[in-house]
Design a protein around this ligand. Sequence first.
Ligand SMILES: NC(=O)c1ccc[n+]([C@@H]2O[C@H](COP(=O)([O-])OP(=O)(O)OC[C@H]3O[C@@H](n4cnc5c(N)ncnc54)[C@H](OP(=O)(O)O)[C@@H]3O)[C@@H](O)[C@H]2O)c1
Length: 366
Amino acid sequence: MTDHPAAAAPRAVASVDDAMAHAVELATRGPSWGPNPRVGCVLLAPSAAGAPERTVLAEGWHRGAGTPHAEAAALAAAREAGVDVRGATAVVTLEPCNHTGRTGPCAVALEQAGVAEVVYAVADPNPVAAGGAEHLASRGVRTELRPTSAATELTHAWATAAAAGRPYVILKTATTLDGRVAAADGSSRWITGPEARTHAHEVRATVDAIAVGTGTVAADDPALTARRPGGGLAAHQPLRVVVGRRDVPPAARLRTEEGGALVHLATHDVTEVLAALAAREVRTLLVEGGPRLATAFLDAGVVDELHAYVAPVLLGAGRGAVGDLGVTTLADAPRWRTHDVRRLGDDVLLTARTHPSPSRPTAQEA
Ligand SMILES: NC(=O)c1ccc[n+]([C@@H]2O[C@H](COP(=O)([O-])OP(=O)(O)OC[C@H]3O[C@@H](n4cnc5c(N)ncnc54)[C@H](OP(=O)(O)O)[C@@H]3O)[C@@H](O)[C@H]2O)c1
């Protein structure tokens, strides 16, 4: 495999909007974990006498930290194919960056390549990298912010984390219909069925880190690995984080089984946990419980997304998914917005978010 995707064979696309949809598809080929967002870029030939159809000159996507950004990958693909990009339109899912990090600024690369116009779907919320559109405009490159719900969704967790300066937090619970995570005798395996558990493993394989409290380590001895349906390890293993003052026993599966690196944070301070993980470039954190750790994250008001796996099971007694949140009247209860509902075998997964999510089409897409 080369460092850069090959240039696309010249083909007509119907519109800039189609190119943006394709750029989103390209972006999804990159990893959802790691410090950088997934970004796709399509370079379109100048419009011939105002015709809506434009030819794709080249395309690229970001393959993860340390590799070329999507714009640089597309420009490199064009160079390799000997394609002239002067006067082209770059259609990018995220505003081109304006800073030198592990790679050079994309805004400068586009301008120096002679690109005449840049259409991007999401403004860069990262204070360090923002300003690419401004730079381009100052150099006479036309810029247009053209939001799409697909591009916004693609960068939702990363953009929320960048804006908040801490990891995006997903709280996962697997409960009975009456919100319990364990029976009176402490048994909790398994409340949900195999489809839900497979899905939970798929989610683990998309995040940077998974956290549990020391109580869950003591009760369940989890391995916190991301596994494929056949049982083998997924290609990406998130960091395994244990929060709490008790030690992780030497024989714990977290220590003996292969998986992501183990990080033990001997604290009860959620802000400290998030700062320590942000320093390790964690952008998305999956909190898997138990109830005390879940309650601490909810109390701190840092849960951005809920993954509530609900099984059609009733216990009537046993531990609830969360402890006392200090809510005494309904009006004070934290409330999320349903983002998605999905059936998994006999169970249901409710995904809900605090931040506005792009579930409705934008004006352009309506
Ligand atoms: N169905 C599910 O979704 C699910 C998921 C996970 C667990 N569970 C079940 O939950 C039960 C364990 O519950 P748990 O509440 O004991 O587990 P937990 O939340 O994993 O662990 C609680 C421990 O975490 C530490 N801790 C870290 N930060 C804290 C904070 N801010 N506030 C308070 N404590 C903090 C404390 O231990 P230190 O003394 O070490 O500091 C505390 O005793 C088990 O029965 C397990 O099977 C169910």
